[in-house]
Design a binder for this molecule. Sequence first.
Ligand code: NAD
Length: 297
Amino acid sequence: MKKIAFLGVGNMGNPMAQNLHKAGFDLTVFDVSTKALEVATAAGLKAAKSASEATNGVDAIVSMLPASRFVEDLYLSEGGLLDVTPKNTLLIDCSTIAPKSAQNVIEKALAKGFEMIDAPVSGGTAGAAAGTLTFMVGGEESTLEKARPLLEKMGKNIFHAGKAGAGQVAKVCNNMLLAIHMIGSCEALELGSQNGMDPKVLSEILMQSSGRNWSLEVYNPWPGVQENVPSSKEYQGGFAVDLMAKDLGLAMEAGLEKNVSTPLGATARNLYRIHSQNGNGRLDFSSVLKMLQESSR
Ligand code: NAD
């Protein structure tokens, strides 16, 4: 496998594509956003003018798009990728989308003779840049094995979650938990700060205590506590509030379908929706700290 098309070079796709490029794959990228394409080409990636130009003659296509409807449109629309791509092209969708949507796209791809997996990721933009993402893969194990040489260049942990859509189920569970511990970490830091503690000192204590979690450890929401995290860059880049609200919506849908109670997930979704409606949708999701601060001051 040599020639690869990467579609969707936003906050995550750009660093992921760069790792494939650095690993020596013949890579062409495409994004509907001119700005995203400019950033990618400035970083040395070869860009195409359309998805069909990027995917012409490639061995594999990797997509990294915002949500279900974008993925369905790319693959399933009339004249979309399933219509115009040769059947021996391996299809890998890394976007976080509804499990049902992933199942639908993969089912249609398989019916047309393609091999396809859902392979959403965890690890954030830093993990994407470092090539240390965790991949949660749904689909046939034999298809995962074909994709593995690509995934290994972008990630450190590759799990076979189960059949088509199972990667998305794992991802939705992970992100619900992530939102809950991010909000909890923000609450704890604001509580400590309002009671006279330095958030940096408090973070150090919590990281060696039973409140320890990923949000505190590698993605601290308090500006200035850690370098190179979105909170220290005015919550720019990273993982958008709107994308987190989307993922929590996917978790709520999955819960409703199977009658599973997710009270903290539901609260987290409401908080992220309100935070977005207050004009913060494009900020990183750790900016939920600002919302708690506004209500406590
Ligand atoms: P983003 O909005 O920065 O990037 C998505 C890109 O896809 C945009 O540049 C957009 O223009 C492009 N796009 C949309 N439709 C397209 C199409 N038809 N063809 C080509 N490009 C198209 O989002 P992101 O933060 O990179 O996230 C991408 C996906 O990864 C989302 O599903 C998100 O939930 C998931 N994710 C994000 C993070 C994170 O930390 N940002 C972490 C894990 C997973």
